[in-house]
Design a protein around this ligand. Sequence first.
Ligand SMILES: *[C@@H]1O[C@H](CO)[C@@H](O)[C@H](O)[C@H]1NC(C)=O
Ligand SMILES: *[C@@H]1O[C@H](CO)[C@@H](O)[C@H](O)[C@H]1NC(C)=O
Ligand SMILES: *[C@@H]1O[C@H](CO)[C@@H](O)[C@H](O)[C@H]1NC(C)=O
Ligand SMILES: *[C@@H]1O[C@H](CO)[C@@H](O)[C@H](O)[C@H]1NC(C)=O
Ligand SMILES: *[C@@H]1O[C@H](CO)[C@@H](O)[C@H](O)[C@H]1NC(C)=O
Ligand SMILES: *[C@@H]1O[C@H](CO)[C@@H](O)[C@H](O)[C@H]1NC(C)=O
Ligand SMILES: *[C@@H]1O[C@H](CO)[C@@H](O)[C@H](O)[C@H]1NC(C)=O
Length: 441
Amino acid sequence: MAGRVWQSIVLLAALAPAAFAATTCGDGSQCPESTPCCSQYGECGVGAYCLGGCDPVNSFSLDACVPAPVCESKSFTFDNLDGMVSNTKYLGDASTADWVYSGTPLSHNGSVLLTMAEGTVGTLLASTHYIWYGKVTGKFSTSAGAGVVTAFILLGDSKDEIDFEFVGVELSIAQTNFYSQGVTDYNNGENATGLSDVHANMHTYELDWTYDNITWSIDGNVVRTLNREDTWNATANRYSYPQTPSRLQLSLWPGGLSTNGQGTIDWAGGLVTWDSPYMTNGYYYAMFDEVDIQCYDPPSGTQENGTKSYIYTDKAMTNNTVEITNDNTVLKSFLGSGLNMSAGSASASASGSAATSDAPTVPGLTGSGSGADGQRGSGDSSSSSADSSSTATATGSASTGFVQGDGGSKSGADQFGGNSESLLRGSLFAVVVAMVGLCVL
Ligand SMILES: *[C@@H]1O[C@H](CO)[C@@H](O)[C@H](O)[C@H]1NC(C)=O
Ligand SMILES: *[C@@H]1O[C@H](CO)[C@@H](O)[C@H](O)[C@H]1NC(C)=O
Ligand SMILES: *[C@@H]1O[C@H](CO)[C@@H](O)[C@H](O)[C@H]1NC(C)=O
Ligand SMILES: *[C@@H]1O[C@H](CO)[C@@H](O)[C@H](O)[C@H]1NC(C)=O
Ligand SMILES: *[C@@H]1O[C@H](CO)[C@@H](O)[C@H](O)[C@H]1NC(C)=O
Ligand SMILES: *[C@@H]1O[C@H](CO)[C@@H](O)[C@H](O)[C@H]1NC(C)=O
Ligand SMILES: *[C@@H]1O[C@H](CO)[C@@H](O)[C@H](O)[C@H]1NC(C)=O
């Protein structure tokens, strides 16, 4: 499956606009110094490429990726989208935002909707703070329909991963899974079955992740336990157990797109249709009511030389290669990287044209057009989606739970400013998310 994933990513890159000329990275092929950061999706760039998801092993050097903000215990409700910032705006200051998004989150009656309209690849929210052991809880209802996948996962820059995933044709099943450093293992998945309709009902899903074990719980009942001791891998000489700082990611994405591999389409329950009764106002949605993050202590023996950020000290990407530091996590502009956090800053740009670059700055977007202070000519419209959406009003509907604004005449894209082209491009990101999601199979 992983092979198909990466083939699809290459295909995607080929389909993307010409300006999208990112160098690929991965499997030991490292990024060049000029675009030093290997994104989660295997392409080299600067700016957001160096933030969440930046893969230290395949980047130019371990310190090309920007240090990751340490865990912060916090409960989230979603009366508005104030804590969310677009990935075209976020520069790494986790004190100013709780979540980074791509796609279109909408506020509705105290919940956040992750939406997926036709021509888009859904919505992803990632926590700005990393979690290095902790308990994460989400109260949500999933989307539904063939090809539609809802996910609640912990994902490390190492590609350590702990999952709850929901395929829209199996509304009584929560799929659980885990990965160590992205290594595909077909035996790790297990299903929690017999749930009351996960689309029609809110359930509470919890991942409790300690150094010794992981439990997956639903509505307070443990549905699965994984013990670290049972994951020893003699070949790799380490535990195949998630053990590195990870972000909490909530997402809705189309597994059933014809551009995806057949295995994914089959897993997702077939191709997505864009006239489904599960759509409202032109989009599919998953609805999150509450999220809670409780941090646990780092493993005993951890190198602590500060309290602010996690860095890796070795490519092994095991728990003992993580250090806690006071290193800065904030780029001055989208032209920066861990190698030079202040590159492209306003003061520097005043002196000349050096502040613009053709280097890709936001994974999944076309690479050109970035300028001083991280302003992107093309990124502005998508960044306004959170603001405009919060003005939508709810009037209620028995069958779908809600009707928004003035009803179904507008597509999701129209509702947040009509710039579906930028939506589409922003969404390439999520397609690749979807395909990385595949590694999950
Ligand atoms: C989980 O359920 C899905 C959907 O029915 C199925 O395709 C998959 O094979 C199941 N996985 C396991 C490990 O039983
Ligand atoms: C998991 O590990 C913790 C210690 O980290 C222990 O207290 C707990 O009993 C374990 N839980 C299970 C289900 O094994
Ligand atoms: C053990 O590690 C090796 C090397 O990374 C990997 O190829 C193999 O799939 C792993 N086995 C399991 C069961 O995870
Ligand atoms: C601890 O951090 C300081 C400055 O942040 C640095 O000078 C020092 O080398 C670090 N020590 C270790 C052991 O990493
Ligand atoms: C964490 O690192 C220590 C020190 O190398 C190692 O003994 C231990 O097995 C690692 N823990 C996990 C979960 O792999
Ligand atoms: C980092 O970028 C700034 C602003 O562009 C520049 O002035 C400085 O020389 C760079 N530092 C290094 C070490 O390249
Ligand atoms: C809004 O949320 C409240 C509490 O969760 C619920 O009782 C009410 O039915 C919801 N209203 C609409 C219009 O969805």
